[in-house]
Design a protein around this ligand. Sequence first.
Ligand code: ADP
Ligand code: MG
Length: 568
Amino acid sequence: MADQFGQQVTAVLSEDAQRLSGEEAVSMNIAAGSAVAEAVRTTLGPRGMDKMLVSETGDVVVTNDGVTVLEEMDVDHPVADMVVDVAETQETEVGDGTTTAVVVAGELLEEAEELLDQGIHASTVVGGYRHAAVQVADVLDDIAVEVSPDDTEILERVAKTAMTGKGAEAAVETLAPMVVEAVTRSVYDGQVNLDTVKISTFDGRTIHDSRLVDGLMVDKDVPHPSMPTDAEDADILVYDGELELRETAPGASVEVSNTEEYEAFVDREREELSALSEGIIDAGVDAVFTTGSIDDKVVGDLAEAGIVTIRHLRDPDLEKIVGTTSASAVSDLNDMTEDDLGHAGTIRKEKVAQVYGPKSAQPEKTLVLTDIEDANAVSLILRGGTQHVVDEVERAVEDAMQAVAVTLREGVVVPGGGAPEITLARALRESAESVSGREQLAVEAVADSLEVVPRTLARNAGANPVDAIVDLRSEHEGGTTSAGIDGYEGTIADMHEAGVVEPESIKRQAITSGIEAVNSILRIDDVVSVGELAVEDQEEEGDPGNQNPYAGGGMGGGMGGMGGMGGM
Ligand code: ADP
Ligand code: MG
């Protein structure tokens, strides 16, 4: 059907326009959306596999993180993009649960397709899905367990659950307490503030050598041996730019005809540089952090004046300093006011990482800002054998920090391991009975779809997914709502006893945003596109749905770097 339709379309459309409508549009969109879910399904849970993604320029990322897989894949199909958006929103809003959101969305799309095949209208499906979505929060509330902010043990379990399955796994015992401590310490004035937690990564050594540093690390050392590295009660200038001579017009040259003119010229340059230094010194600044380079003469002047100076600061570090010390980034010294200056009680130099090998591009020593008013800054130094390992550890730690932060903010967790999905499925099947007509089937379809989570956890752990679901359902029937899949063994276990817990809002958001995204995909019954949806290559094997110009062209083009979806 797809091929025939493709030919019809090509026959009537102008060269650069395409139109798909009605069932065909819905069905093609479903194919594109569920292809995205297919790409991350095997990464779910503790026994999930990793993906290696190679970019056009040959950069390699090895990851288990759903949103990272999808971002690196560079999907350029409009509907597939809507599913990727779910993961990205999940990542920015709650920081974890990205794979779950996408896998659930994929399953909902496939269930929808079956309903459509049975002749049920898309708007009926949307209605049933919506009915299910509004119940998610209530059902989760019923199984949620309160967590007090000083219950370190539960917080560490949350951190561990978020980190399992990722490269950090081997070292969760080291990392989980660090993550909890970093997040708890960042609390200021009753608010968790992850902006004041800085993560620095170093390759070499092992993950177990990771540690926590009190204060905000800036990852740089001072540029001059005689420059001070310590300051007390320091006023900080954050300068976004270069402290150098203003460039003369590109390619312009200055002509001098005698020594006097030359000396006058050099003098003018020195004066200009001195003016820069004086502007800073006169402002009574104790430390200067710039993103750009600083002329050697200015460095010398500042060193002499006893001002701690750091140059070539990376943008994220600039943001951290601005965010924690209440500085405003200045880009013109003439506009600088006292209010722009940040403040730190202490600046000190600290040896943070032993770097092996001759290259040692990373600093062994960096400055650390501590005793900052209005913020509790902490830094995590993450280590790992290679850059790939450390990068994945960093992603895992970021997920864990978010999960712990969400738990502190909202104070409730639910069991993981697919347990809440089974609880929800049961509740939805029950409530479906009260829904009239065909919409009932759609509500039941949501129940079936949610079971994809325990099913996939079981399958990824090498267990029989059908048996697992049957057993889980009967455990829940018997009242054990915390029965889930032991993600390592694939057996049934009590998730509270196994220490597998997640913040309620991560679960809620993953499921409801999955449903919402699917609903917006299902409501599209007309796709009109100017160019680009046309077929570029049809090398996709497997799913005949992908042979359609719409699905095949977009996905094939966007994921060419990975050898297409079929290869995963
Ligand atoms: P996501 O991107 O959705 O966070 P993950 O790959 O991190 O995806 O998998 C999360 C799922 O794995 C959640 O359902 C979580 O409860 C489950 N999980 C994590 N640790 C375990 C474990 N030890 N046993 C069973 N399930 C686990
Ligand atoms: Mg996770």
